[in-house]
Design a protein around this ligand. Structure first.
Ligand SMILES: [Zn+2]
Length: 278
């Protein structure tokens, strides 16, 4: 089946059906926003990652309902970075959030600092966005900015809470649905201390999380921002090579457009040059 771009209006992402029941939400903006997916397995709807913006996550939930006529059975967090789990709190508490234990422990370790960082810039950002929204005429941009204002105000509330993963698995699992089957593969430390990816062997599709970026940036080698610096560059490259050699046609990166083997090759060369043979 050819990739189908679906008719769904979101200011945050474009929605694609990659194969029957396998959907990818590809962020309209490359960074800091991220990609996500949802999988209709027949008897289960599985969401793979949320999106940085909580309103983008609301659109993701809306799209998943519209196209699958189902409520989610599980949410999976590929890794602990906030741009992939900031939308967790949009899911009802009875829906399990699956991750590996490293994701949960890194989340717990970094939660207070990350929240403090966001709160630290919130007042200044609120001022900037409010000034910009006054001048803006594009209705989509105005909506996005007003949503950002709500998000920063929410972050500033003293009892602001995210939902952490609560269904912890340190191995690969297979979810055998009545229509589709997905392998949730535990990679271990690569991009972060614990990464998971979603693999559809028959359909030749893999959701790589942040093990794959459509575009890389040499500045990552010298940045003080730890997010793009791999926890284990060797395992990251080995994993990319392993998945490049498999019979796979469609690679969904954590950030950027739908990718091919060529992008994996570029990522391997980039991480080897800047983080292994530096
Ligand atoms: Zn990440």
């Amino acid at each position: 089946m050819d990739i189908k771009k679906l008719d769904f209006k979101s200011i945050y992402f474009d929605l694609y059906e990659l194969n029957t029941g396998i959907y990818a939400a590809i962020s309209a903006e490359k960074l800091p926003s991220s990609n996500a997916g949802f999988f209709d397995l027949g008897n289960h709807l599985i969401i793979f990652d949320t999106i940085m913006d909580p309103y983008a996550t609301e659109d993701l939930i809306k799209a998943s309902k519209l196209f699958t006529k189902k409520d989610p059975s599980f949410l999976i967090n590929s890794h602990y970075h906030w741009d992939h789990l900031f939308g967790n709190r949009k899911f009802p508490i009875e829906i399990p959030i699956i991750s590996c234990s490293e994701t949960l422990s890194m989340y717990n370790k970094n939660f207070e600092d990350t929240l403090k960082r966001f709160r630290g810039i919130a007042t200044q950002e609120l001022k900037r966005i409010k000034e910009e929204v006054e001048k803006e005429t594009n209705s989509d941009k105005i909506l996005e900015m007003n949503n950002d204002i709500k998000t920063y105000n929410e972050i500033l509330e003293p009892n602001f809470k995210l939902r952490s993963p609560d269904f912890i698995i340190n191995d690969s699992i297979i979810i055998e649905g009545t229509e589709n089957k997905v392998q949730i593969i535990y990679i271990g430390d690569a991009h972060t201390p614990g990464d998971m990816i979603a693999y559809f062997e028959k359909e030749k599709i893999v959701f790589m999380g942040d093990l794959l970026f459509e575009e890389t940036d040499p500045n990552w080698a010298t940045t003080s921002d730890p997010a793009p610096v791999p926890a284990n560059p060797q395992r990251l490259c080995d994993t990319l090579i392993n998945y490049m050699e498999k019979d796979i046609d469609i690679y969904i990166p954590g950030h950027g457009k739908i990718s091919s083997k060529k992008i994996l090759q570029e990522n391997v060369e980039f991480f080897e040059k800047h983080f292994i043979n530096k």
